[in-house]
Design a protein around this ligand. Sequence first.
Ligand code: KG4
Ligand code: ZN
Length: 347
Amino acid sequence: MYDKLNFTIKENPVILGIESSCDETAAAVIRGRKLLSSVIISSAEEQAKYGGVVPEIASRAHTDAVDEAVIRAVKEAGVSFKELDAVAVTYGAGLLGALLVGLSFAKSLAYSLNIPLIGVNHIRGHLAAAYLCDGELKPPYVTLLASGGHTAILHTKTYTRFEVLGSTCDDAAGEAFDKVARILGLPYPGGPNVQRLAENGNANIQLPQALVKNSDRMQFSYSGLKTAVMNYCHNAGQRGEKINPADVAASFQVSALEPLVRKTVECAKKLGADTVTAGGGVAANGYLRARLFEECKKANLKLILPEKKYCTDNAAMIAAEGLIQYREGNFASLDLNACAQIPLNNI
Ligand code: KG4
Ligand code: ZN
């Protein structure tokens, strides 16, 4: 009988992480906070043909790739399946059909090996990526979270608890990158393509900053910025003027990212924190990374920035959050279901 209350907790467990919430089928193995392997099989190229992620195509791609990803991750880690102490898997948020592929695989594995199953909130995974990047990192610190669905600055107080200091009141930063990519006629995935284009442009177009002024709470806003980009391109078209797409991309990038950098550093100073971390797909952006580095250095703050491949979706971060939940003894039953949406504060 599989019983989630029957497991003992080891000091430095070997944890397999599985991620399948969107278009990346990923598996990774950690031992304690040491990353042993990370495999990512992406269906982005296939999705690009349709201009975005088609859920059914994502689910089928996960079904094709999940066993290969897991087998490779275990092999490259130099461990055997019998040495695994737990399986951590993303149970939400994400595309339901896609999540169910990873979740069903993880459940079967946990059952057959009789090891704990750990359900991981994908966004908590993004936050935990920083722990693999610096083995010494421990709360409290300030975190910038910027992904396709979330944009927030957090005060990470303990391994499991954080306070949201400010967040977006409309679109997420990644979503804005994707929408601006579409306006500029760039293919999926939008964010990296906007960045690439911006590298050849000058930020010389006046656009609104992605920050709500005169608000009691710190709030970001991306819908006005996106509309301003759309109007700029539309109005130029109506006048028969040519736009320079690289300048639009560069100007957008500055307006979208500068408020995040400034507010993250301001929050850290105000709270007397000495460390800043960042996570989520947008944290892979070269401009954001360079500016965070500069401003944290000026403010004498330690910056823990996971490598780009651990900012975008991966399973190493799921294993890292799995370790936190493992140490809490927070194990799931085999009836754990997938969740399309999970509030930021839920585990
Ligand atoms: O964290 P992530 O991989 O998936 C979510 O959990 O949402 O983030 C995906 C988002 C997308 O909107 C993508 O356009 C954006 O992150 N992104 C970037 C870059 N790489 C990915 N945005 C700006 N610059 C990048 N280099
Ligand atoms: Zn993600």
